[in-house]
Design a protein around this ligand. Structure first.
Ligand code: PLP
Length: 413
């Protein structure tokens, strides 16, 4: 089957392409609206991983035998694919990691330690996932720097006036998500990066929720680092990428020590390997890289522009349907948004909502979504979150609303 936007957005055909969608949950065809947590994998990604495992799997680099050469080729081809996907100038700027969390920790513990000293400031926003807060908190407590919060507004946007005013020569790093995993807010990275650069701060972008949904060009964003995970873009878990500007990566010390990250080791001194290997100690997730590249091929065959347009339509339809529903509240109303909507049902705990929806075959995520500061801001403990992917269509929104009505009648709301 040729994959293009037309084929992909045909829900029935998508069920042929994504095996996990061909099942029933609670006697109902599965509607999967938990894409912001992890997307389901298309057959072509599973096939690419299997084919690689069956015929080319071995350890990468330094092997002279055929399988090692094949594995190295596939691994490095995957790096090229990732570089092209996000508009990096060179694949040397792509460091393979376990995912967004590891990428952000890497930056905090290498560039962060270099750039930040006592009295400096690191700025993060109030809408960050914990993985873009905690590594910076750790850095600040280690260095004596101050962690400064870019506040949220009621609509779920960042308060840019406060941001611009708070920036100063003391600001060394600004770390922000491109798209919020709770509110769907799409932050104006270009504008924020430009101001950060004017005070000499580096800009770290958490792209976990943007890479799968928007065409990303890291050069155009104007950031210094961009992190994302394969399992949110139809690839495997335990795999992701960090992009960094070559000069910054060159200047950074290595993060973890071990095999592969060295050029030579002796008790009188060790020399680091060149980029990107300096940051890739130990045996990497080789099949994961192959799967990530296959997932990118899958997305690119459909086209990032049609994906963004289609998901925007679905998001607006879902928001309108939720807003029209009695006893349902939608969290935030950000100016620009993508693929995610969080909601509350009066009188029903989000975990109960999640359970009833599951019985109706509708998978959503409930809880604090690893973004407790957002929950605190809105004064709620948890929300239910629907998030969209390429295989969702309008009938999934109908099923979501029907399931919400079932929950409301079950709890007599
Ligand atoms: N940042 C955002 C915005 C996320 O949504 C997530 C995962 O939900 C992460 C970071 C962490 O990603 P991972 O668990 O793949 O490292």
């Amino acid at each position: 089957m040729t994959l293009d936007a037309k084929t992909a957005f045909d829900a029935l055909r998508m069920r042929e392409i994504v095996p996990a969608l061909r099942q029933e949950i609670g006697g109902h065809p599965l509607v999967y609206l938990d894409n912001a947590a992890s997307t389901l994998r298309p057959q072509q990604v599973l096939d690419a991983q299997n084919a690689f495992e069956e015929s080319s799997y071995s350890n990468v680099h330094r092997g002279v035998h055929t399988l090692s050469q094949r594995a190295t080729q596939a691994f490095e081809d995957a790096r090229e694919t990732v570089a092209r996907f996000i508009g990096a100038t060179s694949s040397n700027e792509i460091v393979f990691v376990r995912g967004t969390t590891e990428a952000l920790n890497l930056v905090a513990q290498t560039h962060g330690r270099q750039a930040v000293s006592e009295g400096d400031q690191v700025m993060v926003s109030e809408m960050e996932h914990h993985s873009n807060i905690v590594p910076w908190q750790m850095l600040c407590s280690e260095t004596g720097a101050q962690l400064v919060k870019i506040p949220l507004t009621e609509s779920g946007d960042l308060d840019l006036d406060v941001y611009h005013e708070a920036l100063s020569e003391r600001t060394k790093i600004v770390a922000i998500s491109h798209v919020s995993n709770v509110l769907g807010t799409k932050n104006p990275i270009e504008e924020m990066a430009q101001s950060a650069r004017s005070v000499g701060a580096t800009v770290v972008v958490d792209g976990a929720q943007s890479a799968p949904h928007l065409g990303v060009d890291v050069e155009a964003l104007g950031c210094d680092f961009y992190a994302f995970s394969a399992h949110k873009l139809y690839g495997p878990s335990g795999m992701g990428a960090l992009w960094g500007k070559q000069d910054l990566l060159e200047a950074m010390p290595p993060w973890q020590g071990g095999g592969s990250m060295i050029r030579s080791v002796s008790f009188s001194g060790t020399e680091w390997n060149e980029l990107p290997y300096k940051f890739e100690a130990g045996t990497p997730n080789i099949t994961g890289a192959v799967g990530m590249a296959a997932a990118i091929d899958f997305l690119e065959a459909i086209g990032l522009e049609p994906i963004a347009a289609r998901e925007a339509e679905l998001l607006e339809a879902a928001r309108s349907a939720l807003l029209a529903e009695s006893s349902v509240q939608v969290l935030g109303d950000p100016k620009q948004r993508a693929s995610v909507v969080s909601f509350l049902i009066d009188g029903i705990h989000a975990h109960d909502v999640g359970q009833v929806l599951d019985q109706e075959g509708v998978a959503v995520r409930v809880g604090h979504h690893c973004a407790q500061p957002i929950m605190e801001f809105y004064g709620v403990a948890s929300t239910s979150r629907a998030s969209f992917g390429v295989y969702n269509d309008a009938s999934d929104i109908d099923r979501l609303i029907d399931a919400i009505r079932t929950a409301k009648s079950f709890f007599a709301v």
